[in-house]
Design a protein around this ligand. Sequence first.
Ligand code: ATP
Ligand code: MG
Length: 399
Amino acid sequence: MNREFQEALPVLSKLKKHGFEAYFVGGSVRDQLLGKPIKDVDIASSATPDQVQQLFQKTVDIGSEHGTVIVIENGTHYEITTFRTESAYEDNRRPSGVTFVSSLKEDLKRRDFTINAMAMDENGSIIDYFNGREDAQRKRIATVGSPAERFSEDALRMMRAVRFVSQLGFSLSESTHDAIVSHISLLQHISAERKTAEFEKTIAGCGCSEGMRLIAETGMTEYLPGLKEIKQQILQAAELPFYRLSSNEERWTAFLDVIGISGIEAFLKKWKLSNRQIGSIRQNLLFLEERRQSDWTKVNLYRAGLQCALQTEAVFCLLSGLSFSESRIREIKARYHSLPVHSKRELAVNGNDLMAFEGRNPGPWLSEYMEKIELAVVNGQVENSKEAIKEMLKSCNLN
Ligand code: ATP
Ligand code: MG
């Protein structure tokens, strides 16, 4: 049993000591079996949310009406979910209500894929009612039960299937693949936020090429924001190893560059990205164009700022088939840090100084002068000191 599970054992034991059933479930059991790093250890139990809250000192109610309570034990958060089914599905989306059930098997049956429907007890024994272990060995994504039914219940599962193909380097079982193709239009009922979360995981996975190819070939593009009728560009994007990039912003930048659509802001708004993210991605794309023209100039490094410069360089390297090496990162950082200033605030003069130097009243000339001074300082044409800037203003006629 991995360290993450060992550490969670006291939670399981406490539940059991009080007469409840309790098992590790879901992604962590799958990832241990596959020898992958374990993220969150989730627990399923016969205890109701109220009972869990009574039993543990530190809990957070994150949706007890759906059966989930977080227990904090030694600083780690564990989601404890009461055994439940999701009987009433509406509009091919997650159900609004849930029914608590008494058996682990019922709970595992409601889960999406066989590899996600295994449980592990306190002794490390795997409980596997739906052939999850075999599918894991065969590297196969297959739904628990009929894929047509399961995708009709919750259409997001089709995107989750593709996401796991990408993250795990697995393939879809034939019937799962076929049901995705025939049920793909149900994705219209799913919110953009949920689609974005799955898409971002798909493009970040080691198998992103296969994921992208599936997105194009199953017709998923028809139901993803702004991707209608650009199947060819998506297939082109499938050639790129996006997973080598280290942030969602970098991956969106590279993706947008490859698919080459116009109206970036409106496109990203449809995907519900935040204004801050949209701003960074637009900035990256702007400097990506500059970077294609030439290596980083002092002025471009200054204008981009370090984070944008590093993100843009990572994308540039990926798109040009170059490696974004540690030494390249160090070089860009060093060049950035050696700039004489990093923002207007660091300039040795301000508007008041300029008015005093020139004996003039405020006006539009001020910002014009400041910009020219900024450029000259960044480029090293003038030293960043009051005296040197004053001299520069005397010797060159900026009017
Ligand atoms: P990750 O490593 O990305 O967290 P995960 O398998 O833990 O992967 P989650 O989205 O955290 O995925 O979900 C936890 C578990 O809940 C899944 O393993 C699966 O058993 C179940 N699950 C999640 N979403 C669905 C869904 N839409 N339909 C059915 N079961 C689901
Ligand atoms: Mg998880």
